[in-house]
Design a protein around this ligand. Sequence first.
Ligand code: HAM
Length: 415
Amino acid sequence: MINIPKGTKDILPFDSYKWQEVRRVVTTLKHKYNLHEIITPVFEHTELFVRGVGNSTDIVNKEMYTFTDKGGRSLTLKPEGTAGVARSFIENSLFNETLPLKLYYISPCFRYEKPQAGRLRQHNQFGCEMFGADSVEADAEAIMLACDFYKSFGINPTVLINNLGCTECREKYKQVLKQYFEPKIDNMCEDCKKRFETNPLRILDCKVDICKEQAVNAPKITDVLCAECKTRFETLKQLLTSMDVNYKFDPMLVRGLDYYTNLIFEFIDEDKKLGQNALGGGGRYNNLVEELGGKPTPVVGFGIGIERLLLYLENKGIAVNNSDEVTVYVASVTDNITEVIKFVKYLRDNNIATEHNISNRSLKAQFKYADKIGAKFVITVGDNELSSETFAVKELATGRQEIIKKQEIIKFLLG
Ligand code: HAM
């Protein structure tokens, strides 16, 4: 037998309702927030991610699924959604549309990571990217949208926020960090030695114990922020408070992608029951579009891991709305299959989720099957019912049975 590749998952038939619920919630948010869907290819030119996500990141250095196609091009399965959307924004001149333009996607992402609970080699993200708005209101809008998504599933994760500052603040911070780590770097991991040269900010994100110890007393970005960046961050905090967002300032938050400027945020589970506690993350990236060859365009966005969300809900015992449920099972006790089929069609034409006897079962076996598939009602159809157009409708959970005229049946079932 050939097994599924390591770090990937089948979404099995009795779990797929959870994914349908995710799509339903996203569609509701699309209307509420004036979002437009964008679908970009699963693979892109490798260079897009090297330039976009950044060659000091683990994603680019260690985790990309890169291959050479038959034409000799280096292509990569997208490790995240943002770079492809930014590429498409530039290539399709979406900057000529009315801005701000708020885009969203649900897309698979591929990272060659060590698989564990909540960490997969193929995962899916609901992502949103808001192009062309540099305001603090846009920052708040991105966080509000993500919180609204989580709220639809009955959860309210903590939002960690940090500010990486403008280009000048960040450059200053990198220098301050270099000075701080210089006497320590020889005792740190090989990756951090490289990070020290390419992007010392990445050192703060290192998971190796010795590096974490060295970083504990590192200077905070807040020590070097300019007055404008500070004021902006304070305003954002006020907006989040006014929206009842459960946020916390985390000066050590850096995030694993190089394109961020100013605001970064992460949605986490504070009780850390889940091995991978980041349920989602995002931030502002005002230089990426220009770095990829477009006109300077401010953008703020986020990505939410769908598998992580579903695993989190499962661990917390929170049920996901199940729209797969069957409302009616039509149990047939007549040879007049034409009229039974017509009755089934009548129910479905009126949007009633209906299952019926397509495998020649006895009445008893039909009831058993109806119970197994979770049907709410069983309507038994025999010759008498067909001629009188009156049906016995039995509610399985209570055993309650009512005799109902055909023309009243839809109202009854929907009621
Ligand atoms: P990210 O933090 O790398 O950001 O990923 C976003 C979310 O995807 C994570 O918080 C997590 O829930 C989920 N995720 C990431 N890697 C895995 C994995 N190996 N297995 C399961 N779930 C995973 C980004 O990707 C940015 N593009 C987000 C963004 C959009 N920033 C601005 N716009």
